[in-house]
Design a protein. Structure first.
Length: 227
């Protein structure tokens, strides 16, 4: 082992494909960084919990939130888990990061959207959080995507924040968009991705995983926490 254990801490999902993709993200980080020890933990839905994983480690660890913004799970759940040990630290979440905006752009193009068409509006659809810091992170990601997109880019949420994705889609149409595409700002399939198909958009993208750019962001968060 070289360095502390990287604990990749995700939200958790009942979706089997989502579980597999999150597990493969940690494996991709290990492939990109031979010798690094990684393990998984979760803040909800599935075991093992981040509290149990951190408590059970026999040495130093860096908990990297496999989350796209900084909300309750980052500032309370993960922060509380590392607070119980002097040799554990928490990194910042994966997003916002320009590389995540690049992956969103790639998923949009793969879905058939034209980044040069000013009539194609994009709604960046996130799970949602009541924490204003999380919604600010999503807005920053949307702003990053806007730099490579001719049409307007806005945000929508699956829960807990405003506006809901269907309302954001309707607002984009009312503003004159000839086509509205929902960019799923989600790591993997699951409950929130399933809801997007009923949001009224012309297209809905696939989630962000798998993509080695995300694994590299994971490693960069690990390195920054140790710097």
């Amino acid at each position: 082992m070289t360095g502390p254990v990287l604990v990749a801490c995700a939200h958790g999902t009942r979706n089997p494909t989502g579980r597999r993709l999150v597990a493969e993200l940690a494996l991709a980080a290990r492939r990109l960084r031979p010798g690094l020890t990684t393990t998984a933990a979760f803040v909800d839905v599935q075991p093992p919990t981040v509290v149990d994983v951190v408590a059970g480690l026999g040495g130093p660890a860096v908990v990297v939130p496999v989350l796209l913004s900084g909300g309750y799970h980052v500032h309370v759940d993960i922060a509380g888990a590392v607070a119980q040990r002097e040799d554990a630290v928490a990194a910042r979440p994966l997003g916002p990061d320009p590389r995540l905006a690049q992956v969103l752009h790639s998923r949009l193009v793969e879905a058939g959207a034209d980044p040069t068409d000013p009539g194609t509006a994009v709604v960046v659809a996130a799970a949602g959080s009541s924490d204003a810091r999380a919604t600010a992170d999503v807005a920053q990601t949307a702003a990053m995507l806007q730099t490579s997109w001719a049409g307007p880019v806005s945000t929508g949420y699956g829960s807990a924040a405003q506006p809901p994705v269907p309302e954001a889609v309707a607002a984009a149409r009312a503003a004159g968009a000839t086509r509205v595409v929902v960019a799923a700002y989600l790591l993997a399939p699951g409950h929130f991705r399933d809801k997007l198909d009923a949001a009224g958009a012309d297209l809905v993208t696939a989630p962000l995983l798998p993509d080695d750019r995300i694994a590299q962001v994971l490693l960069d968060r690990y390195d920054a926490a140790l710097a």
